[in-house]
Design a protein around this ligand. Structure first.
Ligand code: ADP
Ligand code: ASP
Ligand code: MG
Length: 590
């Protein structure tokens, strides 16, 4: 008999009528011959209300008590849903995270799942019950209640689908699928039929709130196909699977986040271990750092910029003040009035000219780019908060995201994972959210160009990368750090054979824009660590910096994404760096 996991978000259980609607959907699935597990979130905005209550009694509520409080929301929904199903004449049992045996670590408010027991759920299902599981919560080894982070019910659902070997994992929500961007921000956004795990992972991490990003890490790791669909209609929605929607497009979606602030450390001594010191100090407070941009230094000093969630700006600045002083940096600054706009697509990895297209679209819309970071499948820029929506619309239009692609690749969107054998289940249970590294690699084929003192006005990045693209040069990494006194530093890597052409273009533009200098390195080494969930495992970047610092290797450029951390070092250090990283990450290899 097939097994289905259905998850209903807050809006889908916002009132008693909606709960009855969910009850009917669950019963229907059971009557169609499935064993059914339903995961529910707290009703409507309950979690927000609880967060607000906590703030009213304490400025800094303890995380343990926060979890005790927040977990109550889901407990209300599971009980009501079980009652509704029973009232309709079917059998149902509600379970909290603890009752299911969702074991997590003790990182309150953003705990990671360590294991899930399946016995009780299987027994209840065998007895003909619909099992109603509370989303978002678990229990640590000392029986403290934990929560998985806002939006974490998606992760509960996908994790249950993985351990139960479910045939389908359906995420019912208030939109009818995953859109090319948040339809609340841009009404012209289009629901996609299919999206790949890697793309969804990036989009979710870059602000597409429709799915909790950790749920996609699970889905990818355990090959769980996810069906995101509306809880208010019977229409099919979006499949999140291994394959993208089409191969004809470079970009599949865009995302916006306004909840981050930017921090820049100026004049950080450009020597091994400096970035390590900064990010370890911040990581001690478990702050998720994003958009790390380190640029090639001038006169032995480099600038490092990154973004952190607003709420964590305070503790970040405290750490930065301390370490900037210790390291002898010139100073540091922050900007809260920023927004990050990103485009994502597997198709980007194989094409030239995607970045310049995005930069040109922003320039045409009059939007100044304050920071740039790219990875194989995403480009993110930081812009002023007031320009956020205009910028999102400009890139959405530029990549024709509102139009359905003409060739949608053959659908492998069939739901159905094989029933895992007992040994496999045990293996899964032991390492639910552990870090997995797929690859540690070295690319020695590239050269670097750096333009220092680029004026911080719309259109410069567009000019640079348009000319480079016109010369048919494939740009790999682009990094622009946050400007100072109206000037920024822009670095990028190109194939070694294209260096001369790229420098000529850079020189011409540097003259046109009266930039300070153009420097280049004919041979750099790009060292990459790729895997699943690298951003939420901040320690990956830190371990990388640590390993390279121990080998006396200075990091020149950095960029990060959900699936990869890349650093550029001097060419001569490539092989030594690779060997050191392979050793450092051996224990995490798949
Ligand atoms: P639930 O309570 O069901 O988990 P959420 O509010 O967490 O629902 O997620 C659904 C919301 O995510 C949508 O209402 C939409 O505004 C927002 N969203 C953000 N980005 C996207 C996107 N790319 N596609 C669809 N919805 C998105
Ligand atoms: N109720 C929790 C939240 O609002 C979890 C969830 O909805 O997924 O974040
Ligand atoms: Mg959600």
């Amino acid at each position: 008999m097939s097994l289905v996991v259905q998850k209903f978000g807050g809006t889908s259980v916002a009132d008693p009528e909606k709960i009855k609607n969910v009850a009917r959907k669950a019963i229907r699935a059971q009557q169609a011959g499935n064993r059914v597990v339903v995961v529910v979130s707290a009703m409507g905005h309950t979690t927000d209300v609880l967060v607000d209550l906590a703030r009213q009694v304490s400025d800094r509520p303890h995380a343990r008590e926060m979890d005790m409080l927040l977990s109550t929301g889901e407990q209300v929904s599971v009980a009501l849903l079980a009652m509704a199903i029973q009232a309709m004449g079917s059998k149902a049992v509600s379970l909290t995270g603890a009752q299911i045996g969702i074991r997590t670590d003790s990182t309150h408010t953003k705990a990671r799942i360590k294991s899930i027991s399946t016995e009780r759920m299987r027994r209840l299902l065998d007895e003909g019950n619909i099992v109603i599981a509370a989303g978002f919560q678990g229990i640590d080894e000392n029986l403290n209640i934990t929560t998985l982070g806002r939006g974490g019910s998606d992760t509960t659902a996908v994790a249950l689908a993985a351990v139960l070997g479910a045939d389908a994992c359906e995420i019912y929500t208030d939109v009818d699928g995953v859109y090319t961007t948040d339809p609340r921000e841009l009404p012209e956004a289009r629901p996609v039929k299919r999206i790949s795990y890697d793309e969804m992972l990036e989009l979710a991490s870059l602000g597409a709130g429709v799915m909790h990003n950790r749920s996609i890490e699970f889905a990818k790791k355990f090959s769980v196909p996810i069906h995101v669909r509306s809880s208010f209609t019977d229409q099919s929605g979006t499949m999140i699977v291994a394959e993208p929607e089409t191969s004809e497009r470079a970009v599949c979606g865009a995302a916006l986040t306004k909840s981050e602030a930017q921090v820049t450390i100026h004049g950080l001594p450009d020597r091994p271990g400096a970035s390590l010191a900064v990010f370890s100090a911040i990581a001690e407070h478990r702050v998720t750092v994003d958009m790390i941009v380190q640029n090639v230094g001038e006169q032995g000093k480099a600038d490092v910029s990154f973004t952190v969630p607003h709420d964590e700006l305070g503790v970040t600045l405290e750490s930065v003040a301390k370490v900037a002083g210790e390291l002898g940096a010139t100073g540091f600054s922050h900007d809260d009035n920023v927004a990050k706009v990103s485009v994502v697509g597997l198709g980007m990895a194989k094409r030239t000219g995607v970045a310049d297209q995005m930069f040109r679209a922003l320039a045409k819309a009059g939007v100044n780019i304050e920071m740039i970071t790219t990875s194989e499948i995403k480009i993110s820029v930081l812009v002023g908060r007031d320009d956020a929506q205009k910028a999102l619309r400009a890139v959405h239009q530029e990549f024709h995201l509102e139009e359905t692609p003409t060739t949608v690749g053959a659908a492998d969107a069939t739901i159905g994972t094989a029933e895992p054998d007992a040994v496999e289940i045990v293996r899964r249970l032991q390492s639910m959210e552990e870090l997995t590294i797929d690859d540690v690699s070295l690319d020695e084929s590239q050269a670097r160009v750096t333009i220092a003192g680029v004026p911080d006005v719309p259109g410069v990045a567009a000019d640079v990368f348009e000319e480079i693209a016109a010369a048919k040069i494939f740009v790999d990494m682009i990094v622009q750090s946050f400007g100072r006194e109206g000037r920024a530093t822009l670095s990028f890597t190109v194939p070694q054979k294209s260096l001369a052409a790229a420098t000529t273009i850079a020189d011409q533009l540097a003259r046109k824009y009266e930039c300070r200098s153009v420097t280049s390195s004919p041979c750099v080494a790009k060292l990459s660590v790729s895997g699943v969930g690298l951003r939420s495992h901040t320690e990956v970047a830190i371990r990388m910096f640590e390993t390279l610092a121990e080998s006396g290797i200075n990091v020149e450029m950095i960029n990060t994404s959900e699936v990869r951390v890349n650093v550029v070092v001097e060419g001569q250090h490539g092989a030594v760096g690779l060997a050191a990283l392979q050793k450092a990450f051996a224990q995490f290899r798949r």
